[in-house]
Design a protein around this ligand. Structure first.
Ligand code: NAD
Length: 393
């Protein structure tokens, strides 16, 4: 194969414990006189919000807090937030939290600079100018949104998640501070960690992968395989937390420059329809899609499996890759990711709608194996019928 690619890192990254203290300095550098902090109520209650407010006060920067962000952020809420702040003269945005807060900040920035509605901006390169300068401070180790030029917003009309994708959405600065993830509960650590793992795997196997993102993705897989269980079980282990948030960051750089695949194509409509946490949805579908895709490139899938810890001695690539699928299933069980059928709101009658939405999802176009709506129905059904026995038996 002859390579032909571009690789952008439009965000300046500051990584390390205590980096959140730099927020005042960076807000000032970006010309901030009145800053909007975009976050959610859960975070406001952890004390993390104060870690952002104090450095702003030290630099005498005026600020407002919008703390109404909800998981799987909805178009109508972003629009409402914009209406609340549009006359306030906001010149810098801070996205503080998980992907939901960072994506909402990107959406508000889009509306502040373009007016109109978000639906006019869905798709690729639909922005006419840079959004309001944005500083992202992740507090989950999962989405990588602090370095991506994506914002994922639920369109309430069609009950599906839509993508805004434009380099003009990119945060100017990412302050990645592992200490901010010490307060994450087990279930969110588990789900967001599986999200980061899914990013790394899909970026590596998708049909627009390239060597820079490949190397980042493989390293992220290795880090997550080594540290996720420990981060879930021993949440105060700062080294495990550090390794997980760096893995999420580099997986973010990887998929920001490539794309994803059918796990995301299935997870996004699930989040849009039922509000399922994004990481949980990814974790549920990952082993099934991994197994479905192996035949497209057994060597690459075997490489993933080896990074996950599968031994390769005396085995073919197909065998190694299949053991990788089993290991993904075991990992999800070990960290108590619910099974698809445990989600009591899931109605099998919706599989037709979900499979149709998955087929239409942009991630389907880059999945390494051609996949149809019928395949998606089979995958949703297989995941639903799975009760814990070996999926590849
Ligand atoms: P989230 O932002 O929805 O947060 C989940 C929960 O975690 C919230 O209740 C929040 O209060 C809590 N929380 C966050 N940090 C905490 C902390 N340090 N301590 C205690 N509680 C904390 O979850 P997420 O998984 O980070 O984000 C998911 C969203 O991101 C989805 O909408 C998904 O589609 C999107 N996403 C975006 C990108 C991108 O590149 N833009 C990539 C992947 C996913």
């Amino acid at each position: 194969m002859l390579w032909n690619f571009k690789f952008n890192v439009p965000t300046s990254i500051e990584f390390g414990n205590g980096k959140v203290k730099l927020v005042g300095e960076f807000a000032k550098k970006l010309g901030g006189q009145k800053v909007l902090i975009v976050t959610d109520k859960g975070l406001a209650n952890t004390g993390i919000l104060d870690k952002v407010i104090d450095p702003l006060k030290e630099k005498n920067i005026d600020f407002l807090v919008y703390d109404e962000v909800k998981p799987n952020p909805r178009d109508v809420d972003c629009q409402k937030a914009y209406e609340q702040v549009k006359e306030e003269g906001i010149d810098v945005l801070i996205g503080l939290g998980g992907g939901s807060s960072m994506d909402t900040a990107k959406a508000i920035g889009t509306l502040l600079t373009h007016g109109g509605t978000l639906s006019e901006r869905y798709g690729t390169d639909k922005l006419e100018r840079d959004i309001t300068p944005l500083i992202c401070i992740p507090t989950t180790a999962g989405t990588g949104s602090e370095v991506t030029s994506y914002s994922v917003i639920t369109d309430t009309n069609i009950k599906d998640k839509m993508l805004l994708f434009d380099l003009r959405l990119s945060p100017k600065v990412a302050l990645v501070d592992p200490e901010l993830t010490l307060s994450l509960p087990k279930s969110i650590t588990a789900a967001t960690g599986m999200d980061a793992l899914t990013h790394a795997i899909e970026a590596y196997v998708c049909n627009v992968s390239e060597p820079i993102s490949d190397s980042l993705a493989l390293h992220a897989i290795e880090l997550i395989a080594e540290h996720l269980v420990n981060a879930v079980e021993n949440g105060k282990d700062l080294e495990a937390r550090q390794n997980m948030i760096v893995a999420s960051l580099i997986a973010g750089l990887s998929f920001a420059n490539t794309n994803l695949g059918s796990v995301h194509a299935m997870a996004e409509p699930l989040g849009g329809l039922y509000d399922t946490p994004h990481g949980v949805a990814n974790a549920i579908f990952l082993p099934f899609v991994f197994k479905f895709n192996i035949s497209s490139n057994p060597k690459k899938f075997a490489n993933v499996a080896k990074k996950l810890g599968v031994s390769s001695e005396g085995k073919t690539d197909d065998q190694i890759a299949l053991e990788g699928a089993k290991l993904l299933e075991e990992l999800a069980n070990k960290i108590n990711i619910p099974k698809f059928s445990d989600l009591d709101y899931v109605d099998t009658k919706d599989f037709d709608f979900l499979a149709g939405a998955a087929e239409e999802n942009i991630c389907t176009t880059v999945n390494p194996r051609k996949i149809t709506k019928e395949d998606y129905i089979e995958l949703f059904t297989a995941a639903y019928e799975y009760k814990g026995s070996n999926i590849y038996a």
